[in-house]
Design a protein around this ligand. Structure first.
Ligand code: SAM
Length: 294
C-alpha cells in the first residue's frame, strides 16, 4: 500500500470543512499530534499480519496509521455524523471497515467473526472516549474476543488504577481485571495540548500485554468478575453489604457470613482491602450459593 497519510493537522481542516461540531458528551477530543500517533502505533508492535480493533476512530487520524501497518482494521464509532469525514480520510484503505454503533452494546465476538479469520489474535488500539474508559476496558478484558495486546490512550488517573494494589484509593474492579490477565505498562504520559479540543486532564498511553496464563485459577471466570464488580459497587460499604445488595438476595445474609467465615475473611472488611487471591477463593466458595439462587 502506498504511504499516503494525510497530516493529522488535516483533522482540524476536515472538521472545519464538514462544519462538524465536536460533542463533549461523546468524549470527542481528537488527537492532532503526528508524533504521538506514530508512537501509539509503534507501541502496538503491529506487523503485516496484525488484525486491529480500533474503538472510536473519530476523524480517522489514528485509523490511517493503523491501516498502513496492519493487515486489517475494524473501527467502531458511535457517532454516525462522522461517516462522511471517515469516507474522506480513509478513502483508498481497503483493509479498513468502519462499523457504526455503541461498542458497549455490540457483540464484539460476532463482529470479529464476521471480519477476521477464525481464532486470529486481536490487537486493540484506541484513543478512548474518557467517559466510558472503564466499561470499555472491562468489556475487552472479560469478554470472549481473543485479545493479544491493548494499547490505549486513557486519562492519566486511570493509568494509575491498572497496577493499583489493595488499600490504595485507585484499587478497584479494573485493577483486578487487568492484573488477572495482563501485565500493564505505561508507555508515555501525554499533555492536554495535543488534543482538539483540549480535555481537562492529562493523559497516558498504556499497554496491556495479555498473558497466556491467568494470575489466579477460578472455576467460573464470569462469576469471579461478577463477584469483584459487586464487591466494589459501593466503595464505602462493607463486603457483606455489597454482596447482599449487588449479588445475592438480602435473605442470604447467614449463608454469605458462613462462606466468609469458612474462607477466613472478616465480613466487616471492604472490597478494596481484598487481594485477587482472596477474591478467587471467595468466587469458588460462593459458587453453590449462586447456583441455588439462579
Ligand atoms: N481516534 C480519534 C483520535 O484519536 O483523534 C478520536 C478519539 S476520541 C477521544 C473518542 C472517539 O470515540 C470519538 O470519535 C467518539 O465519537 C467515539 N465514541 C464515544 N463513545 C463511544 C462508544 N460508546 N462506542 C464507540 N465509539 C465511541
Amino acid at each position: 500500500m502506498t504511504k499516503r497519510i494525510s497530516s493529522p493537522k488535516v483533522t482540524n481542516d476536515v472538521i472545519r470543512q464538514h462544519k462538524f461540531t465536536l460533542k463533549k458528551s461523546l468524549g470527542q477530543n481528537f488527537l492532532v499530534d503526528e508524533n504521538i500517533l506514530r508512537k501509539i502505533v509503534e507501541a502496538a508492535g503491529l506487523t503485516e499480519e496484525s488484525h486491529v480493533l480500533e474503538i472510536g476512530p473519530g476523524a480517522g487520524a489514528l485509523t490511517q496509521f493503523l491501516a498502513e501497518s496492519a493487515r486489517r482494521v475494524i473501527a467502531i464509532e458511535i457517532d454516525q455524523r462522522l461517516e462522511p469525514i471517515l469516507n474522506e480520510t480513509l478513502q483508498g484503505y481497503e483493509n479498513v471497515s468502519v462499523r457504526f454503533g455503541d461498542v458497549l452494546k455490540m457483540d464484539l465476538q460476532q463482529v470479529i467473526t464476521e471480519e477476521c479469520p477464525p481464532d486470529v489474535p486481536i490487537t486493540v488500539v484506541a484513543n478512548l472516549p474518557y467517559y466510558v474508559t472503564t466499561p470499555i476496558l472491562m468489556k475487552l478484558l472479560t469478554g470472549d474476543v481473543p485479545i493479544q495486546t491493548i494499547v490505549v490512550m486513557v486519562q492519566k488517573e486511570v493509568a494509575g488504577r491498572l497496577g493499583a494494589v489493595p488499600g490504595e484509593k485507585s484499587y478497584g474492579s479494573l485493577s483486578i481485571a487487568v492484573q488477572y490477565m495482563a501485565d500493564p505498562e505505561i508507555i508515555m504520559t501525554v499533555p492536554k495540548t495535543v488534543f482538539v479540543p483540549q480535555p481537562n486532564v492529562d493523559s497516558a498511553v498504556i499497554r496491556l500485554n495479555v498473558r497466556p496464563d491467568k494470575k489466579v485459577e477460578v472455576a467460573d471466570e464470569a462469576f469471579f468478575f461478577r463477584l469483584v464488580r459487586a464487591s466494589f459497587a459501593q466503595r464505602r460499604k462493607t463486603l457483606v453489604n455489597n454482596l447482599m445488595n449487588n449479588l445475592f438476595s438480602k435473605d442470604k445474609k447467614d449463608e454469605i457470613l458462613a462462606v466468609l467465615n469458612a474462607v477466613g475473611i472478616d465480613p466487616g472488611r471492604r472490597g478494596e482491602t481484598l487481594t485477587i487471591h482472596e477474591f478467587a477463593k471467595l468466587s469458588d466458595h460462593f459458587q453453590n450459593l449462586i447456583n441455588e439462587q439462579e
